[in-house]
Design a protein around this ligand. Structure first.
Ligand SMILES: [Zn+2]
Length: 199
């Protein structure tokens, strides 16, 4: 997708989001507003409409933050695999489904506990979609699975990896999210512009 202001404008935009990711919204919106005027992004971000503009910038900032968090979380899970553990500790990862809407295809996996090398995680390591808020917890015994919100007796649905058409990916995985892939902010931005911004 061609950006008004050229490719260099993207780097500057992402730097503004990064700079304000933990800060006050007022400064974020102010800086993005100045940026939009300078590079001609007014139409893309609808900076003429305070409400729409605010919503779009917040969505982008939230996606940026959740992606950063998820990548960090994945690193933590991987690091934990390297720690030596007593032989009776059977490490498992638990799928925690997002309960606030938008994850209808993932709720069937709520609480499922599987070893980290199970093929399920090669596909469904969350997040699995643009607004997926599902997460992974780890545990190492029956009681710690329960404490972490998992169900040690729950079985994977037999059709867990049935493919959706036309994507060819398992049902519940959006293109770009298979396994460990997590599209970057630029991809989210372009997806929003092409598919319509979520409300
Ligand atoms: Zn989800």
């Amino acid at each position: 997708m061609e950006l008004p202001g050229g490719e260099a404008s993207w780097a500057e935009f992402e730097a503004i989001i990064d700079h304000h990711k933990n800060g006050g919204e007022w400064y974020l919106l102010k800086d993005v507003g100045i940026f939009a005027d300078r590079y001609g992004w007014q139409d893309l971000l609808r900076s003429d409409d305070k409400k729409v503009f605010g919503r779009r910038v917040r969505l982008l900032c939230r996606y940026y933050g959740s992606r950063e968090y998820a990548l960090h979380r994945r690193q933590q899970l991987d690091d934990a695999l390297l720690h030596p553990r007593p032989a009776h500790h059977q490490l498992v990862w638990i799928f925690k489904a997002w309960e606030h809407g938008g994850c209808d295809d993932h709720t069937r996996f709520e609480g499922i506990a599987l070893p980290p090398d199970h093929p399920f995680w090669s596909a469904f390591l969350p997040p699995n979609d643009w607004h997926c808020g599902c997460s992974v917890r780890s545990a190492w015994s029956r009681s710690s699975i329960v404490r972490a919100g998992g169900d040690p007796d729950k079985q994977l649905p037999p059709d867990w990896n049935a493919q959706a058409s036309p994507s060819g990916l398992p049902v519940g995985i959006a293109p770009g999210f298979m396994g460990r892939d997590y599209p970057d902010l630029r991809a989210y931005f372009e997806w929003s512009v092409l598919n319509g911004w979520p409300d």
